[in-house]
Design a protein around this ligand. Structure first.
Ligand SMILES: [Zn+2]
Length: 177
């Protein structure tokens, strides 16, 4: 769903760190001063995007496809020690972790040429890890991850969102459909 004005911010996110994040990133809200982080953002490592957030506002974990399954200790740290109040999980359009199998040859050849790996080692590496990092459909994946994180950290609200590379805006995913 599009957020281009304050009234577009979904009701459940208003007056929360998630709503404020949408204000900062989508609506250019002037930065406030923070001495303590309020939000944990999980997003893809993709080089095409960056977020507009004030200093000290958010912990950010970047990982292929915004997949936090293998970053759980870091999530726990941000909550337990960092004291964040909510999680924004942000997938994006054009994610390379979607249809990874299509990039198999490129991945293997790239490791051989750029990193000096043997063909066999590169193939084994791909075969072992690609299934763990494949996300399938980005919206479905983010919704599934949000669901998993809510069960894991029941007191922490989790907001599933999509970053559109085309316009650099963040779109909350509707879950009430
Ligand atoms: Zn990505």
């Amino acid at each position: 769903m599009t957020v281009k004005s304050l009234s577009d911010i979904p009701q459940q996110y208003r007056d929360t760190p998630i709503g404020l994040f949408l204000e900062y990133h989508n609506l250019d809200r002037p930065f406030d001063t923070y001495t303590k982080a309020r939000l944990l953002i999980g997003m893809c490592m993709d080089s095409r995007k960056h977020l507009r957030v004030p200093d000290n506002y958010a912990f950010i974990i970047r990982s292929g496809g915004a997949n936090l399954r293998y970053s759980e200790f870091k999530v726990s740290y941000a909550i337990g020690v960092g004291g964040v109040e909510a999680i924004a999980l942000i997938g994006h359009t054009g994610c390379g972790m979607k249809h990874l199998i299509d990039r198999r040859d490129q991945f293997i050849n790239g490791l051989v040429e750029n990193a000096g790996w043997t063909q066999q080692r590169a193939e084994e590496h791909f075969n072992q890890f690609a299934p763990m990092f494949e996300i399938g459909d980005e919206v479905e994946f983010i919704l599934g991850e949000a669901d998993r994180l809510r069960r894991r950290y029941p007191k922490i609200p989790v907001a599933p969102m999509i970053y559109r590379i085309e316009d650099n805006m963040v779109y909350p995913i509707r879950e009430d459909l």
